[in-house]
Ligand binder design. Structure first.
Ligand code: PRP
Ligand code: URA
Length: 206
């Protein structure tokens, strides 16, 4: 329970390409897609199963379906690139966007979009955001989901700083964190070092 940092060779290979300054937005988006699928594969390893009977060409047998209602919570903007690859693997998942941006001066998150319905209609929330830097945005997202009534929440990110992991774990020790990499530190501007720069800008060419 707690922190899971992938050590899969394919993740490490693709992460190096993602970080490289030469990876232009099209390549960057492709790599975000690919790494997100590996991450969600690992993050859903403990999902409950619902058995049901299926018919093969030769006989009947017991098959399994995912037995939880899953909600994907992408944090705008940068989390958008993680939605399609994840929902491709979890096609019945609901998607609830949360708009948060970091104030450039204070580095504190500002909420600008939240259309969660009155009652939670999902069992497991997967927060999708490539970067966990100071942890302010992730903590704010979990605060919002818990106030909404979400019971089980996991955070899926590509790269984190130790400062962000600590802040999220301190505020919400029950939230599992799944990462492709845990980097060295934050710089004075709150960017992850070595990191990959601004994940939103690199995906969208801004
Ligand atoms: C980035 C990133 C996270 C946040 C992480 O978003 O996608 O949401 O920063 O930083 P934190 O851990 O210090 O809160 P940003 O605010 O740059 O917005 P954007 O995705 O719209 O570019
Ligand atoms: N947000 C980003 O996109 N990159 C960082 O390094 C930190 C926050």
């Amino acid at each position: 329970m707690g922190l899971h940092v992938s050590s899969h060779p394919l993740v490490l290979h693709k992460l190096a390409l993602l970080r490289r300054v030469e990876s232009e937005p099209k390549k960057f988006r492709e790599l975000v897609r690919e790494i997100s699928q590996f991450l969600v594969y690992e993050a859903t390893a403990d999902m409950p199963l619902a058995p049901y009977t299926i018919q093969t060409p030769l006989s009947t047998m017991q098959g399994h379906a995912i037995g939880a209602r899953i909600g994907l919570i992408p944090i705008l903007r940068a989390g958008l690139g993680m939605v399609e690859p994840v929902i491709d693997l979890l096609p019945t998942a609901h998607v609830w966007h949360l708009g948060l941006y970091r104030d450039h001066n204070t580095l504190e998150p500002v909420t600008y979009y939240n259309k969660l319905p009155a009652q939670p209609d999902i069992d497991v929330c997967l927060i999708l955001d490539p970067m966990l830097a100071t942890g302010g945005s992730a903590v704010a997202a979990v605060d919002i989901l818990k106030a909404w009534g979400a019971a089980k929440i996991k955070f899926l990110g590509l790269i984190a700083a130790p400062e962000g992991v600590e802040r999220l774990q301190t505020a919400h020790p029950d939230v599992e964190i799944h990462l492709a990499a845990l980097d060295e530190r934050l710089n004075e501007q709150g960017y992850i070092v070595p990191g990959l720069g601004d994940a939103g800008d690199r995906q969208f060419g801004t």
